[in-house]
Design a protein around this ligand. Structure first.
Ligand code: PLP
Length: 391
């Protein structure tokens, strides 16, 4: 037996375990001091009532012979795909049910989509980056080329014709930088992909946080994207589904790569290796799109964005360079006094008990940057901001 030797090329991720260790050490040494975590990457508000009601109702249906459901062999029930299609219609994007694949979250689909691509493709990944894009390609042994997201390009790198790539990962609004592409910038990426027969894997997990209506919340709002892009979306941050698990992936029927329909390949892949999302969860996620569901999840998003606004304003006042916080729950700031991000982590923890995430953990270009998130409570965020402002 031989293992997949590519796994030996994976870097061990010490980011969150190192943070936890440092926080525990600080707690032990300073038991009376308060710690405020602005490094939280998970939601903290509970599910909204329309979702809970739908989950309960669907559970009851499963206990009755007439309404019981077994396998979902369509990779998503029609009622739910209809709700997703109606949501996209509001963005002026028309989708057929065939183009919508319901999943148990964006991470699985982002990780699994590489199954349908040849191992000899070159992959283009922005740096800093959500680590899943990198690790899943290392597992397959693909060549990875990095494009720097930096202060110079506002953490929104644009295509470089000198770089040759077959698969391009884009995430907007971005984790970790919070930066969001505008239409013209995304159009440049779409044109770049079309000109070289490349495929864009567009991660829209944070699309709901876009407040500026001029910004695109789906890549299909850009002309030509239906011929070169796959889009991943998630209910995790949108509706507090991190523990419930549901998302969807759009693979347009017009997306032909290497002479083959990627929609057909993905359907083949999913129907072979995936048996669908439970009926109960799909009913719960459908309720997110209901009138009450939308108004309640928007209230939660506004709550988080109020926190983001507190951090954003405080940094603005202090003249600290940062991205995010306006159309994203993430704020990405330049470490004060030219500190390296782990050094800055220690500095914040020791001076004011505020915990964030060192940018270096997301890639080389993040070495002098730091991620704060809006997922703590308003009271805690306000306290943390006061402490940061006093520095
Ligand atoms: N994409 C990005 C950029 C994320 O930050 C996350 C989760 O943090 C995901 C995808 C995964 O989302 P899900 O919970 O739907 O798997």
């Amino acid at each position: 037996m031989k293992i997949n030797a590519n796994y030996k090329n994976l870097n061990e991720s010490y980011l969150f375990s190192t943070i936890a260790r440092k926080v525990n050490e600080y707690k032990a040494a300073n038991p009376q001091k308060e710690i405020i975590k602005l490094g939280i990457g998970d939601v903290t508000l509970p599910l909204v009532k329309p979702v809970v009601d739908a989950l309960k109702k669907a559970s009851d249906e499963m206990g009755v012979k007439e309404t019981f459901r077994g396998y979902d062999d369509q990779i998503g029930y029609p009622f739910f795909k209809e709700a997703v299609a109606a949501y996209y219609k509001k963005k002026n994007v028309t989708l057929s049910h065939n183009e919508i694949f319901i999943s148990d979250g964006a991470k699985s689909d982002i990780g699994n989509i590489v199954d349908i691509f040849g191992k000899d493709n070159t992959v283009l990944v922005p740096d800093p980056v959500y680590p899943v894009y990198v690790d899943t390609n290392i597992m397959d042994g693909r060549k990875i080329v990095y494009i720097a997201a930096s202060k110079e390009n506002g953490f929104l790198p644009l295509p470089d014709n000198k770089i040759s790539a077959d698969i391009i990962y884009l995430c907007s609004p971005n984790n970790p930088t919070g930066a969001a592409y505008n239409r013209d910038q995304l159009k440049l990426w779409v044109d770049y992909a079309l000109s070289r027969g490349a495929v864009i894997l567009f991660d829209a997990a944070y699309e709901c946080f876009i407040a500026d209506k001029a910004l695109p919340s789906s890549i299909y709002e850009i002309e030509g994207a239906d011929k070169c892009a796959v889009e991943f979306c998630s209910f995790s941050k949108t509706a507090g589904f991190t523990g419930v698990r549901c998302g969807y992936t759009i693979v347009p029927e017009s997306l032909i790569a290497d002479g083959v329909s990627l929609n057909k390949l993905w359907r083949r892949r999913q129907s072979t290796k995936f048996n669908g999302v439970s009926y109960i969860i799909q009913r719960g996620a459908e309720a997110v799109f209901s009138k009450d569901g939308q108004s309640e999840i928007l209230r939660n998003i506004e709550y988080y964005m109020k926190n983001a606004g507190l951090i954003d304003n405080a940094l603005e006042k202090k003249g600290v360079y940062h991205t995010g916080g306006k159309n994203s729950p993430y704020i990405w700031l330049e470490c004060f006094d030219g500190r390296e991000s782990w050094d800055f982590f220690d500095y914040l923890l020791n001076t004011c008990g505020v915990v964030g995430t060192p940018g270096g953990g997301f890639g080389e270009t993040g070495k002098y940057f730091f991620r704060l998130t809006a997922f703590n409570s308003y009271e805690n965020t306000r306290k943390a901001v006061e402490k940061l402002s006093a520095l």
